[in-house]
Design a protein around this ligand. Structure first.
Ligand SMILES: [Zn+2]
Length: 59
């Protein structure tokens, strides 16, 4: 899986969402699922998806 950020060729390590307008969509702004690399997961506007199974193991 590859980072979904434009012009980025890094390997994605995290799944998450960005809030915005999906290209080619008639819908208004919404949360769009994206894959992000280590660098891009820290970019503003990216929300890391919480892995429910990992969280359950920690608690
Ligand atoms: Zn990236």
């Amino acid at each position: 899986m590859k980072c979904d950020y434009k012009a980025c060729a890094e390997k994605a390590t995290t799944k998450g969402y960005v809030y915005g307008h999906e290209k080619g969509s008639e819908q208004s702004d919404r949360l769009i699922p994206v894959n992000a690399c280590d660098k891009h997961k820290h970019v503003g506007g990216f929300f890391e998806a919480v892995d429910e199974r990992k969280r359950a193991n920690r608690e």
